[in-house]
Write a protein that binds this ligand. Structure first.
Ligand SMILES: Cc1cc2nc3c(=O)[nH]c(=O)nc-3n(C[C@H](O)[C@H](O)[C@H](O)COP(=O)(O)OP(=O)(O)OC[C@H]3O[C@@H](n4cnc5c(N)ncnc54)[C@H](O)[C@@H]3O)c2cc1C
Length: 455
């Protein structure tokens, strides 16, 4: 007899784990299959030589659903918060300049020229209409504001979130609220203010969080909650949709192929895997999903003796405009943000290399990446000695790119999925790559699955 379950989630990154956990909390017989030996996807922490480092996300923005999830998992007391006023810097002309974080700071900052400030006033008082066609982030910033704003602030910000290329990222795909603001209010500023006013429900101050013992804490807690319903080292060989709406799955585990049947299949896998799993149902799934670009990123963590750094490291870290010619995209000052990241008398600095604008850089050997980062950040932070610790992690497909056409592709995938009422998608290519966005998307999928099963 083929075993039958109410819900089967495939892919045990944060999206799949939260989806399966939420379904089980609702009393459903949900199971999760993860192909690799460990769950968590790109969320991984390691402790070595007294340093505690994150191989993927270094921290995440606090949101109401995230706080509720931590409460539910009884791990709220393990959350640590970055200092609220921690300044962020951008590298301009070889020096670190504070990023203006409030309207007043923006209007008084020498980072921004008068014509950009005037463009903001024009946006506030005037009216503009976005083009019908998908517009890139770069084209949008140039049209509404200035090339300087793109180079000094928006480009680096886009690197920080998407490791993306603003010339190819779609405004409506990557920053839908900006597009909506202009469309509905004729002004970005008025539209954003209006959206903030009409927002209902509890609000969360925008703070940066991590876990005292590493972000792996979240993965451990979700895995513990799932217990034996989480299986690792399991990969899906074949999926077929049945006439009654259920889905038959054949999977491989320990060299054997087994069948399982489910009323709801949730694919929380990257787009290339999702496309190929769904292609036997309709090859268009693969042709829509597989070409979605992912930016490669190398995460380079270096530990230094504090005595070797002639800089206060007072802040979050810095981002680097692409026009600077540097290959480092940005550096997070981990040990300035959270406790226990480095042994006494040491600092931990994590830099990112590669991204959509410099994809080949991420595939250099670890030693070359270590020396590249050390060479580039040393003059910026006045570092006078070699690192005493290093770790390099390369993610060849780190972050999905919400490039031009992304929203249309997703809409077409959604249309195809309507033919298969037992199949749902979850993951970081759907509602934003941030951990908080993945959690919110997974929670809404879990709600839809629960409602469908209760019908
Ligand atoms: C270097 C880096 C830095 C980041 N920094 C931040 C940050 O500072 N803040 C922030 O909020 N976000 C950050 N992010 C983004 C965020 O971490 C990710 O978008 C999010 O964790 C992705 O979760 P996911 O579950 O959607 O995908 P993934 O984590 O990619 O999980 C997908 C899972 O599917 C599994 N899988 C693949 N194929 C199969 C198969 N055939 N069968 C079963 N399972 C399969 C994979 O093994 C994996 O476990 C960062 C990401 C990276 C890579």
């Amino acid at each position: 007899m083929t075993p039958r379950v109410q819900a089967l989630v495939v892919g045990g990154g944060i999206s799949g784990l939260v989806c399966a956990h939420t379904l089980r909390k609702a009393g459903l017989d949900a199971h999760l299959f993860e192909a690799s030996p460990r769950p968590g996807g790109v969320i991984q922490s390691i402790a070595r030589d007294g340093f505690l480092l994150e191989l993927g996300p270094q921290s995440f923005s606090s949101t109401v659903p995230l706080r509720a999830l931590f409460q539910d998992l009884a791990i709220s007391d393990q959350v640590v918060q970055a200092p609220e006023q921690a300044p962020r810097y951008v590298l301009v002309d070889g020096a670190l300049r504070p990023v203006p974080l409030s309207p007043l700071a923006f209007f008084t900052s020498s980072l921004i020229d008068a014509s950009t400030k005037w463009a903001l006033v024009r946006d506030l008082l005037g009216k503009s209409v976005p083009p019908d066609a998908d517009e890139s982030v770069a084209a949008f910033v140039r049209r509404k504001f200035s090339p300087l704003l793109l180079d000094r602030l928006v480009g680096p910000f886009v690197s920080g979130v998407y490791a993306g290329d603003p010339e190819r990222l779609s405004l409506r795909g990557a920053f839908p609220s900006l597009h909506e603001s202009e469309k509905s209010a004729g002004s970005i500023i008025r539209g954003m203010l209006r959206a903030a006013k009409t927002k209902t429900g509890p609000r969360e101050r925008p703070t940066l969080l991590a876990f005292r013992e590493g972000n792996q804490t979240l993965i451990r807690a979700l895995s513990k909650s799932l217990g034996p319903s989480l299986r690792t080292g399991v990969s899906i060989a074949e999926i077929s949709a049945q006439n009654d709406g259920s889905v038959s799955v054949r999977f491989e585990s320990s060299g054997a192929t087994e069948p399982i049947s489910t009323k709801s299949l949730i694919l929380a896998t990257p787009t290339d895997v999702t496309g190929s799993l769904l292609s036997p149902l309709d090859p268009s799934f693969d042709s829509l999903l597989a070409p979605m670009e992912y930016a490669p990123v190398a995460v380079v963590s270096l530990g230094y003796r504090i005595s070797a750094i002639d800089h206060s490291l007072d802040g979050f870290g810095f981002l680097v405009p692409r026009s600077s010619g540097f290959r480092v995209l940005g550096t997070v000052w981990n040990s300035s943000l959270f406790p226990g990241r480095a042994p006494e008398g040491h600092a931990l600095l994590t830099s990112f290399v590669g991204g959509a604008t410099d994809p080949t850089a991420a595939s250099r050997p670890a030693e070359a990446l270590t020396s590249l980062v050390h060479r580039e950040i040393s003059p910026i932070l006045s570092i006078s000695a070699e690192p005493v610790f290093s770790n390099v992690t390369v993610w060849p497909r780190a972050i999905p790119q919400y490039n031009l056409g992304h929203s249309d592709r997703l809409a077409a995938v959604g249309k195809l999925l309507r033919k298969y009422p037992g199949i749902w998608l979850a993951g970081n290519y759907l509602r934003g790559p941030a951990v908080g966005s993945c959690v919110e998307q997974a929670l809404s999928v879990a709600d839809e699955v629960r409602e469908a099963l209760e019908k």
